[in-house]
Design a protein around this ligand. Structure first.
Ligand code: ZN
Length: 199
């Protein structure tokens, strides 16, 4: 082999090596791009859109932990599409207290509409108590434990001082709690008669 041929061979080998290296580099870049695509896919799977639960809850029932559950209400489809792209804190800003409370549980975001007072079921319960000034017997909404928190159904003209100590204690212990309005009226009548006797 003469010098010129040897040079040619050397150059040829170099070109071969270079192109092989280039092919390898291109393949490598392709596989990196493939990997990135897969990672992006995996990430989008993790960040699945959350499920929204819409419900309403009566504040007095919640405050006194009464045995009623929040009621599901219809969600707002259009709002959910917007909310799905927001962070939890941003959702809580949009649906803020006192009208709403927002809580999250795994992939579920719970939007609770806070309603004033007692739920219909607990509003049908009555109990005796004192009025705000403490001077008169009052019929209050809700079970005994809510006190005057559920509001006043009826303010009577029966003076607290005219009720016997024994009955006063019973009232304050929650013995006069009524699940039927008729029962409450009957009890109230007997208190009125008692009151009339004292006068
Ligand atoms: Zn309730």
């Amino acid at each position: 082999m003469d010098k010129a041929n040897r040079l040619l061979l050397a150059a040829g080998t170099l070109i071969f090596c270079f192109s092989a290296a280039l092919t390898y580099l291109v393949l490598d870049i392709q596989s990196m791009a493939e990997q990135e695509k897969n990672t992006a896919l995996a990430n989008s799977e993790v960040a699945a859109p959350p499920t929204f639960i819409w419900q309403e809850r009566y504040e007095v029932c919640k405050l006194y932990e009464l045995d009623c559950k929040p009621q599901k209400i219809d969600g707002e489809q259009a709002a959910e599409e917007v909310l799905a792209s927001l962070e939890l804190a941003e959702i809580a800003d949009k649906y803020a207290l006192p009208e709403w409370s927002v809580t999250a549980d795994k992939e579920q975001i719970v939007l609770t509409k806070n309603l004033a007072g007692l739920c219909p079921k607990h509003k049908k319960i009555y109990h005796f108590g004192k009025n705000e000034s403490g001077e008169y017997l009052a019929v209050l909404y809700g079970p005994y434990q809510v006190g005057s928190g559920g509001g006043t159904y009826l303010l009577t003209d029966i003076a607290w001082q005219q009720i016997s100590t024994e009955e006063q204690e019973k009232i304050l212990q929650g013995d006069y709690e009524f699940y039927l309005q008729e029962d409450m009226i009957t009890a109230l009548d007997s208190f009125s008669e008692l009151n009339a006797k004292y006068e």
